[in-house]
Design a protein around this ligand. Sequence first.
Ligand code: S3P
Length: 426
Amino acid sequence: MRIEPGVAVQGALAVPGAKSISHRALLLAALAEGRSEIRGFGRSGDTLSTIAALRALGIEAEADGDTARVSGAGLRGLRPPGGPIDCGNAGTLLRLLAGILAGQEGSFELTGDASLRSRPMERIAEPLRLLGAEVETTHGGAPVTIRGGTLHPIRYALPVASAQVKSAVLLAGLYGSSGPTVVVEPTQTRDHTERLLEAAGARVGRRGREISVWPAERLEPLSLDVPGDFSSAVPFLVAATLLSGSVLRIVGVNVNPTRIGLLHVLERMGARISLFNRRSIGGEPGADIEVASAELTATAVSAAEVPLLVDELPLFALAAACARGESVVSGAAELRLKESDRIETITEALRAVGVRASATVDGFRVRGVPARPRGGRVHARGDHRIAMLGAVAGLLSREGVELEDAECVAISFPGFLEVLESVRER
Ligand code: S3P
């Protein structure tokens, strides 16, 4: 697919409902007693994998446009399907569902596509074993087999800052025999699970870096509006910032402080971004975002910031490519374990469009020039966030970008390329 250079981006748009929240809402709805309605559901390749997985487990779940409806079967109502459950490309689904299955009777096998099977699963297997489940991984990855049952509360210090691992342990904690299960985070990660557990009536506490969840007798069904996905808004923020003469408004976006690290980074680089109409959307902070073009200067992103912008680093790299000076990301070794080895795929994509970028062990360096990159041929490598990087690079470039494997954007944002075209100034 070819992305032609653009002049500016203009207008207003909305992005699909947050993927992280949509996965979690579906999973908790399946455990509730009664029917849940999830409006503004972020329908995508990944969240449809969650609906399919729930159906395989005997749950009635459907998505009609951007409304999902789920009939919950109660906390212990998931049934072994008698075959593997396919989680597709979705790490969040596999890891969070593993936490839930640890509390069910029976044996369950979770698998996924080649990318997901290559990702580390011992990080969830270890705490789930400590809780009392039998968990086997395949050379540390998926397929993962889980035999659940009665669990004993634990106190678990996360070896890596991961919201998926934290969430798997908290969800399993719902099935503890007595007393709270406690997770200690090295640095704060997204807290959507904690918020939704509370919305479903579970008891959750936070003190500093410690999050506790108490065993639950039942969960209440959800009636929820999902705010727009900040990660899906970011390509537009970067395009509008870098194409001079642009002004763009993105409405109804989730601005949970654990998600918007990139806003602060772009602001210190000189971006002109403002949040207004702040409101609560589905128990999460929401706002409209307005962005106008600006000239950027380079910055350094370090370990403490990484969990707050981990999925945004591909688009950060592109912003850095057009900022004056050398930008550096360090303490981001987790990038190697995402849908692709993003340290390699980010730097490969930047070099493909004529930018000077190099990989380091735990991050990358980008030599930024405040001018349009040349353009060229970008391969998304099956990674939706690299496809978005490539598409925005095309718009910013002098010669356009030939984007290989563009279809994989549908993992998080099926209409992304069409929405990007719709804000292009003609
Ligand atoms: C997610 C957590 C992050 C993030 C992923 C979604 C979540 O992963 O990269 O895209 O929904 O909890 P880690 O928990 O592995 O950091």
